[in-house]
Structures are given as C-alpha cells and as structure tokens.
Design a protein around this ligand. Structure first.
Ligand code: AMP
Length: 361
C-alpha cells in the first residue's frame, strides 16, 4: 500500500492521464507523466513531465528511479517497454492485459476463452482470406486492423455491394493499409453499453453502473446512466466484466464494451485496460470516480463504493463543440471538464460535460 506522498508514474499524457493525476493528487500522491508532447493535457495537472518517447530507454529508467508504481493511460504503448519496466517496478494494469488488448485477434480469443461471447470473427491477412471470411460471415462485416485502431480508425464496413470482385476486395485491404486484420460479423444491435470495472491488488472487485453509449463517426458522443436495459442484461454484463477481471488477474480500472441485441443478449466488442471515456460520468454521479478507483487500485488501497447518487448524461465536446463552453457554464446541473488542449481540431476530444439529475433509475 503506497503511503501519502508516494509517486505514481503515468505513461501517456492525454486527458485520461490528466484526470488520473487529479485523482492521485486528491489522495496525496505525486505524479510524473511520460509523454513526448510538451505541455500535454496530463502534464498540466501532474507534478512533473518527462518529455520523451514512450519507449525511450533513458526516460523509462528515470521513471523507474523516480516512481513507486507505474500505470498507463492508453493502449498503444510499447509492450516490450512495459514488460521491461515490470521487471523493475510494479506496473498496473498487468502487462499481459495490455498485450492481449493491443491485438483484436488475441483480445477476441481471450474473451471467447473466458466464456464471453463476441461477434463471429475471422483472421484476414490477405485477399484470399478476406474472400473466405466474407463467405463465412454472410457476405458482410467490418474489416478492422488487428492493431492500432481506435475511435473507428482502421475500419471498413463491407457489404455485398462494396466487396464483390477482386478490385473491391483489394480496395478494402488498401483502405486499412494492408495491415493484418480481422473481419467481424455485422451485429444488428439495439444499443451499445459499457461496464467500468475495477479490481484491487488483492482481488477485490467493484463495478460501476452500466452506461448506454452512442457513437458518432466512430467516436463516443454520449453516455447515459442508467442504461435502458433489463436488470438481467445489466447483471450479465457485470458478471462478464467480473469474469474478465479475474481471468486477466487484473489490477486497476478496465472498460468493457458490449452490443445489446434485440433479445437482450450481449456481444462483447472490446475492452480497454485503462480508465475509459464511457466512465467519465462517474466523476459527477459517484463519490468515487473511475479515476479515483484506478489510483486506489494501483496504489494498493481498498476500492471505493460504486453506489451512484445521480442519474446522468455525459456529452463529449469534440472539436468545435468546445465553442459552446460559455453556454454550458450557464447550464444548471452541468459539470464541465476541459482538457487544456490549445487547438480544437476536428474529431479531437476537447472536454466533456456531465448533466446530473436526482437518481430515479
Ligand atoms: P470499435 O473500434 O471496435 O469500438 O468500433 C467502433 C464502433 O463501430 C462501435 O462502437 C460500433 O458502433 C461499431 N461497430 C464495431 N464493430 C461492429 C460490429 N461487429 N457490428 C456492428 N457495429 C460495429
């Protein structure tokens, strides 16, 4: 268990790191951010930033020297670097969870082996494999790169119209840069939900309520809690998250996303071994947020109560949405969180706002 004043290293300097650093400060922990971009969102709320690449050997050695424990705030950090760190210092979530989640193939395989249903999927390395995969999955699906995809990037939706014939098959592969991929069956889901789940160093589990998520252009737009799902579906989603945490021997917060089918059955889409955008509402609707919970877990502290006190709706502020800030500041029951990013580029997450109301659901 880390003592107050101890230092937590965070690899990655985005908004998730920013909010983790704020949560760490509330518990009297110091934070050091490793991030190549100077004055990144996380560095603005942390004690210190090491400005270097995530796999810079000297920077990683400096981080080990200066920290008591290390965590990370995004998935695309070098697994080799994280594994090397773990030989010298506690790294949470465990590198194995990161490694599995970095590749959609190992991720789907692990979910399936853990008894968690996913969309049917096939490996796609080349044109022949894509043709057979399409045939096996009913002539349509979503082609996704195995690695480095996020917010809908590295994906192509294939239908019989845009995938019949060698030219169209090759065009689809070109669209994803001919990267190793999987083809996933297209799920006619009714809604999307996620579970934000935490596991402590001694195996205790805490689950937040389920959020219902709406994506726009592949990017999360809103999360609403409670989700409009039955108690059985909610319980099944939480049970799956708990199973996954134990199977990964996990420490920290994890986000697990599902599609809810019209009959209420659940199809897991993916999990993220970190705090998650669809859990930002917890900072407004819970006494202990997902960020507090993650810091508690990595610091070896007991997890906090996840009982929600309010219903809520979190809205992401993407690109120019941030121009509405003045109006949002005047709105009742709105908790605004801005990420300290200077430039509002299209598609860039600039902040979020959570609207709360007395708990009914
Ligand atoms: P992902 O990057 O895998 O999270 O996918 C981004 C979004 O694309 C998801 O949140 C869904 O809205 C949609 N999507 C992904 N996979 C599928 C699928 N197999 N069937 C239908 N929609 C999907």
């Amino acid at each position: 268990m880390l003592k107050a004043g101890s230092t937590i290293g965070i690899i990655g300097g985005g908004q998730l790191g920013r909010m983790l650093a704020m949560a760490a400060a509330r518990l009297s922990f110091r934070t050091i951010i490793l991030e190549p971009q100077a004055d990144c969102p996380a560095a603005q709320t942390a004690n210190r930033q090491i400005v270097a690449a995530y796999d810079d050997k000297a920077a990683l050695a400096e981080l080990v020297e200066a920290c008591d424990v290390i965590t990370y705030e995004f998935e695309n950090v070098s697994i080799e670097a994280v594994q090397e760190l773990a030989e010298k210092i506690g790294v949470y979530p465990p590198p194995a969870a990161l490694e599995i989640s970095q590749d959609r193939f190992t991720e789907k395989q692990f979910l399936n082996e853990s008894g968690i249903a996913t969309a049917p999927w096939r490996l796609v390395d080349d044109a022949d494999m894509l043709v057979s995969a399409l045939a096996a999955l009913g002539g349509q699906g979503i082609l996704k790169t195995r690695r480095f995809g996020y917010d809908g990037k590295g994906q192509v939706r294939l239908t019989p119209e845009n995938s019949r014939g060698a030219d169209k098959i090759n065009a689809a592969l070109k669209d994803i840069g001919h990267a190793p991929a999987i083809l996933e069956g297209l799920m006619a889901f009714e809604r999307e939900i996620s579970v934000i789940a935490a596991r402590s160093r001694n195996g205790e589990v805490a689950l937040f309520d389920i959020a219902e998520n709406v994506h726009k252009n592949g990017i999360l737009d809103t999360s609403t809690v409670p989700a409009n799902i039955s108690a059985e579906t909610a319980a099944a989603a939480q049970l799956a998250a708990e199973k996954l945490l134990h199977a990964l021997d996990y420490v920290g917060v994890l986000g697990l996303e599902f599609f809810v089918m019209p009959d209420g059955t659940l199809i897991a889409n993916e999990f993220a071994p970190r705090v998650h955008n669809s859990g930002h509402w917890t900072e407004a609707a819970n006494p202990v947020s997902q960020f507090d919970q993650h810091i508690r877990a990595v610091a070896g502290l007991p997890l906090g109560d996840t009982t929600r006190h309010s219903d809520c709706r979190m809205v992401n502020l993407i690109g120019d949405d941030v121009l509405q800030v003045e109006a949002i500041l005047a709105e009742p029951h709105a908790m605004l969180h801005l990420y300290g990013k200077a430039e509002a580029r299209a598609g860039r997450k600039m902040g979020h706002v959570t609207y709360i109301s007395p708990k009914k659901g």
